[in-house]
Design a protein around this ligand. Structure first.
Ligand SMILES: [Mn+2]
Length: 235
């Protein structure tokens, strides 16, 4: 079976619970839609678990991107001095990351061994901007945010990281008539409030969209959907 999991945001318990619920095995494939890190308290535990599983394919979210950029500056030697020596531009990026829940991620990262830090950085650097999958139920394009400056003719390789990981989808618009666009980034409760639907933290599907950020980073749920059966699971 092929599964796609929503924005985990350091929710290790939820992540483990969902793997158990779907009886995740070596024969299955799991895509994570991005924002594995930040906000929650156990981002590194999630990453260390994911990287041991060759059948888990991580997609880059804006939080993973911020963490990757900022941790690169810190990963040599994290001391009060090295933090003080960062340029103003980098410091602004770090501040933005902290405001968005990066502080616990940095704290956890500092607690890893040098070898683990290196592996985490290598792993974050391998996150892909998008993934595609086919099942008996249809074709799926999975990416974190959306497709800014969208045109049906524009090849996917042409979009920049920023146009994908920071973008917000228009969930009233069908982007592709022949495939589902699976996204995270925008908590489904926000889509519902925008479309005046009853608010809940469940997977949202409409207009060939499948939105799966069920608000794990903001006290909601963590969700996973099976792309073969469309079954949904929550923690
Ligand atoms: Mn996001």
């Amino acid at each position: 079976m092929i599964y796609c999991m929503g924005d985990i945001h350091g929710n290790y318990k939820g992540y483990k619970s969902l793997l158990q619920q779907i009886c995740f095995s070596d024969k299955d494939i799991l895509y994570t839609i991005g924002d594995v890190v930040d906000r929650g308290e156990e981002s590194m535990k999630v990453l260390l678990d994911m990287m041991m599983r060759p059948n888990v394919y991580p997609i880059m979210g804006n939080h993973d991107w911020m963490a990757f950029q900022c941790l690169k500056w810190f990963s040599q030697d994290i001391t009060e001095e090295s933090i003080a020596q960062l340029s103003e531009e980098k410091m602004d990026a770090v501040k933005e990351w902290f405001v968005n829940g990066g502080e616990s991620t940095l704290r956890e990262f500092r607690g890893l061994s040098a070898e683990q830090r290196e592996l985490v950085m290598e792993y974050l650097g391998e996150f892909s901007l998008y993934e595609e999958a086919e099942t008996e139920s249809g074709s799926f394009l999975m990416l974190h945010g959306g497709l800014d400056n969208f045109s049906p003719e524009r090849p996917l390789e042409d979009y920049t990281a920023g146009e994908i990981i920071w973008a917000r989808c228009d969930y009233e618009k069908t982007y592709f008539p022949d495939k589902f666009l699976v996204t995270g980034h925008t908590p489904t409760r926000n889509i519902r409030s925008h479309l005046h639907l009853p608010m809940n933290d469940r997977i949202f599907s409409r207009n060939n969209h499948i939105a799966i950020d069920c608000g794990s980073g903001m006290g909601g749920l963590l969700g996973v959907i099976c792309l073969d059966t469309f079954e949904e699971y929550y923690a």
